[in-house]
Design a binder for this molecule. Sequence first.
Ligand code: NCD
Length: 324
Amino acid sequence: MSSEIFHVNDPRIFDRELLDELCDLTDRSRTLAKTTEGALSLRQALADKRAMLYFTQASTRTFLSFNNACHILGIRTSEIRDPTVSSEVKGESFDDSIRTFSSYVDVIIMRTPERGLAARAATLMDSIPRRVPIINAGSGPDQHPTQALLDIYTLERSFEGRGGIDGKTIGMMGDLRRGRTVRSLCYLMRNYHDVKLVFISPQAFAMRKDVKRELAEHAISFTETEILDDVIGDLDALYVTRMQSEWDTDNESVNVNLSDFTVGPHEMSLLPADAIVMHPLPRGAEIDPAVDNDPRAMYWRQERNGMWVRVALLLKIFGVDPGH
Ligand code: NCD
């Protein structure tokens, strides 16, 4: 196997070799799981490990896919999903809580409404004797590195016969300012050749400067528009996101007309026949359910890919390859 990984906090730790290896490990794990014998060998792979799922921000897919990825690998799980049932209500500090989890488990998978806490937990781990890996499963509006991994896997496999992600034009639409999934995915684009990004959003929700600076530094081409119809015919993938209204300070998303940033039968008629539509889910009104039956709608497959990519990630963190 190539380089090792420990904490997964910033998507920029992933280079092309690691991404290719994770995609391959994902394929091999899901193939293995198709036979009883293979599924049993996967369940033995990390049967001596325990995981803590510490999710103090709402989650359906990320929680369930990590939980089930753990179970596929025989990892036993503990969870706290509600901070009011942890000793933090008695005044225990965040650091002491994380250190306590690390006393009992071998990996901590965490999602918080605040940015920066997974990084803080990783720094803490690096300073104590019983150091366990921290996986960032969503840090406020900032980053969501494991979602970016499953998005890369979905893109690579969707373009399998067409040279993968290299050379593709990828549109990202919606609340790009506060959507952590697109922010993390942008960070991974440095690993692919000749990718063109097209940001489609209302001006008030445009991609932030920090990400644009990174893209410029790595010479990744991006353009910005408010008009989907102008660009949709050039796209290989359209990655749609919802308005992240939970971060509103001033009803800002309510005051914007979002009807121009939706996908329905009209938009599908303009999208190339071999392009795909992705969405991290949950969706709001931005994708008409009528699109679900179009073979270019990739979001349900993308959601399922998430579990298998997380299987591969856990195997990689613990340095186990079930096929060998
Ligand atoms: C995303 C998230 O939580 O950032 N959901 C997910 O993990 N699949 C996207 C979102 O909430 O809009």
